[in-house]
Design a protein around this ligand. Structure first.
Ligand SMILES: NC(=O)c1ccc[n+]([C@@H]2O[C@H](COP(=O)([O-])OP(=O)(O)OC[C@H]3O[C@@H](n4cnc5c(N)ncnc54)[C@H](OP(=O)(O)O)[C@@H]3O)[C@@H](O)[C@H]2O)c1
Length: 428
C-alpha cells in the first residue's frame, strides 16, 4: 500500500490527541483511504514537556522548520496556532517547498488564506483547513463536496461554543454574565483569556472563511462585529417575555448584488431551530439552490471533535488529487461587493433605562418617529423604589443607520440612567 509521510508540528491539546488517535487507528484509516498515514516527525516548543506519551528521539524534530526542507515529508500538520509567528512561518515555507498542509488555524487562514491558497495552487499541493471552522462540524467539506451543486445565498449560525454556553446558561440558570463566565472557566468551556470568544473575533474569522467558500470570493474584511459582553440578565429575561432568545450569530448573505457579513447578538424566535441550540454546541445553516436549507450541528471545539475534522482533511490528501483550497481556482475567485450593514434593514429590540417622570416616553417615541422608525411593541416596566423605568421597544424593519442614530440621540438625553441597548432581531 502507498504511504504518505507526515510531520505533526504542535503537540498541545489538539496535536497530542491527533498523534495518539492516528497511531491507534492507523489500520482502519489506511484501509478506508488505500494509503497509510505515516507519522515520521513531530515537534513542539519544549521537548521536556510531559504529554502523557513517549516520543522517540528518532521522530522528534529539534527545529520545527526542518520539516519544510526534509525530502521525506509529504504532509505537514500545523497545530501551533496564531496568525503570525511560528505558525505563519511554517505554513508559508511548507507550501513554498511543495508540501501538503493541514491546519486547524482559523486566525491564519482568515488573515493569509488568499496568499496561502495561491502558493498551494501554483505548487500543486493541498491546503486543507476543515478544523479551523466549528471543530467537528464538517461544514467546509460539505460546501466543497456535498453541496457543490448549489448557489449559496446565505450561511449563518452559532460558530462559538463559549459564548453560546454563556448565553444559554444565563437564560436557563438566571445567572449574571460574570457568574456564568466564572463557571465556564472552571468547566474548561472558556479559556483563561476568553476575549476573542466574547468580543466576536473568533466568529468573525470563521465567518470570513465560510463566506469566501460560499460566494467564491476572496476573503473580505468588511464585516460588522459585536460580541456578547454587553448582554445582561435583564436583556435575556425581557427577550424571553417577548418570545425570543438571544444568541451570538454570524451571518454572510447575498442580498441583490451585495454581500453583508455580520456578527452580533441577535434576538431569535424561541420556536426557531437556532434557538434550540444550547450549551457549547455549534450549528451552521446553509440556504442554497437547489438544495434549500441544510443544517449541520455538532461539537465546535475540543480535541476529539477537532481531530475528527483533521482526519477528514488528512484522508482527503491520502486519497490523492490536488484540490483548490477555496473550492475553485484563485483565477476564478472574485472581489465581490461587500457592503456595510448600515444599509441593511433590521427589526430591533431597544432597552432604555430612564428616570421615571412625565414626558420621557413621549420624547423617546418622538425620536423614533423623527427617524422614520415605526414601533411594533412597547413595554414600560417602572421600578418605583429606584425612581427609574425600563422601556422596551420592538421596531418594524428599518435601516441599521437609523436604528443607531436613535440610540446615539437618546443616550445624550439627561433622563437616561444607563447606556441604552440595541439588539437586532432575526424574524425569519
Ligand atoms: N483547542 C481547541 O478546542 C481547538 C479547536 C479548533 C481549532 N483549534 C486550533 O488548533 C490549533 C492548536 O490549538 P491547541 O489548543 O492545541 O493549542 P495549544 O494547546 O496551545 O498547543 C500549541 C502547541 O504549539 C507548540 N508551539 C508553540 N510555539 C511553538 C514554536 N515556536 N515552535 C514549535 N512549536 C510551538 C506548543 O509547544 P509546547 O507544547 O512545547 O508548549 C504546543 O504544543 C490552534 O490554531 C487553534 O486555534 C483548537
Amino acid at each position: 500500500m502507498r504511504k504518505l509521510n507526515i510531520a505533526i508540528i504542535g503537540l498541545g491539546n489538539i496535536g497530542s490527541y491527533l498523534f495518539k488517535y492516528l497511531k491507534k487507528n492507523k489500520k482502519i484509516i489506511s484501509k478506508k483511504n488505500n494509503c497509510i498515514p505515516n507519522v515520521i516527525y513531530v515537534s513542539a516548543k519544549n521537548r521536556n514537556r510531559n504529554r502523557g506519551f513517549k516520543i522517540s528521539n528518532k521522530i522528534w524534530l529539534k527545529n520545527y522548520l526542518d520539516a519544510t526542507k526534509n525530502k521525506n515529508v509529504d504532509l505537514i500538520i500545523e497545530l501551533i496556532g496564531g496568525a503570525e509567528g511560528p505558525a505563519k512561518k511554517l505554513v508559508f515555507k511548507a507550501l513554498k517547498n511543495g508540501k501538503h498542509v493541514v491546519t486547524a488555524n482559523k486566525a491564519l487562514i482568515a488573515k493569509y488564506g488568499d496568499q496561502l491558497a495561491k502558493i498551494a495552487e501554483n505548487n500543486k499541493v493541498n491546503l486543507e483547513f476543515e478544523a479551523s471552522v466549528c471543530g467537528g462540524v464538517p461544514i467546509i467539506r460539505s460546501l466543497k463536496e456535498g453541496l457543490i451543486a448549489n448557489k449559496i445565498n446565505k450561511v449563518y449560525g452559532i460558530f462559538n461554543g463559549t459564548s453560546n454556553y454563556i448565553l444559554s446558561s444565563m437564560d436557563k440558570e438566571n445567572k449574571s454574565f460574570d457568574d456564568v463566565l466564572f463557571n465556564a472557566k472552571k468547566l474548561g468551556y472558556a479559556e483563561s483569556n476568553p476575549s476573542s470568544d466574547l468580543n466576536g473575533d473568533d466568529v468573525s474569522a470563521k465567518l470570513k472563511i465560510l463566506s469566501s467558500l460560499c460566494f467564491n470570493s476572496f476573503l473580505n474584511n468588511n464585516i460588522h462585529v459585536e460580541g456578547i459582553k454587553n448582554i445582561d440578565k435583564d436583556d435575556i429575561s425581557y427577550a424571553k417575555k417577548l418570545g425570543y432568545k438571544i444568541k451570538l450569530l454570524g451571518y454572510a448573505e447575498l442580498i441583490g448584488k451585495h454581500i453583508f457579513q455580520r456578527v452580533h447578538p441577535t434576538l431569535i424566535k424561541e420556536s426557531s431551530y437556532v434557538a434550540s441550540i444550547d450549551g457549547v454546541l455549534n450549528a451552521v445553516i446553509i440556504d442554497g439552490a437547489p438544495v434549500g436549507q441544510s443544517i449541520i450541528q455538532g461539537e465546535g471545539a475540543g480535541p476529539a471533535a477537532t481531530t475528527s475534522a483533521l482526519i477528514s482533511d488528512i484522508s482527503s490528501i491520502l486519497r490523492g488529487n490536488v484540490k483548490f483550497p477555496f473550492s475553485i481556482s484563485n483565477k476564478e475567485r472574485k472581489n465581490l461587493n461587500f457592503k456595510q450593514i448600515s444599509e441593511r434593514d433590521f427589526s430591533a429590540y431597544f432597552r432604555f433605562n430612564v428616570i421615571d417622570k412625565p414626558g420621557v416616553l413621549s420624547n423617546i417615541t418622538h425620536i423614533f418617529s423623527k427617524n422614520n422608525v415605526s414601533i411594533k411593541r412597547l413595554v414600560q416596566d417602572p421600578n418605583k423604589n429606584k425612581g427609574s423605568s425600563s422601556i422596551i421597544i420592538i421596531t418594524h424593519p428599518s435601516k441599521d443607520k437609523y436604528l443607531n442614530k436613535i440610540i446615539g440621540t437618546i443616550n445624550r438625553r439627561s433622563y437616561v440612567k444607563k447606556k441604552s441597548k440595541l439588539i437586532r432581531i432575526d424574524d425569519e
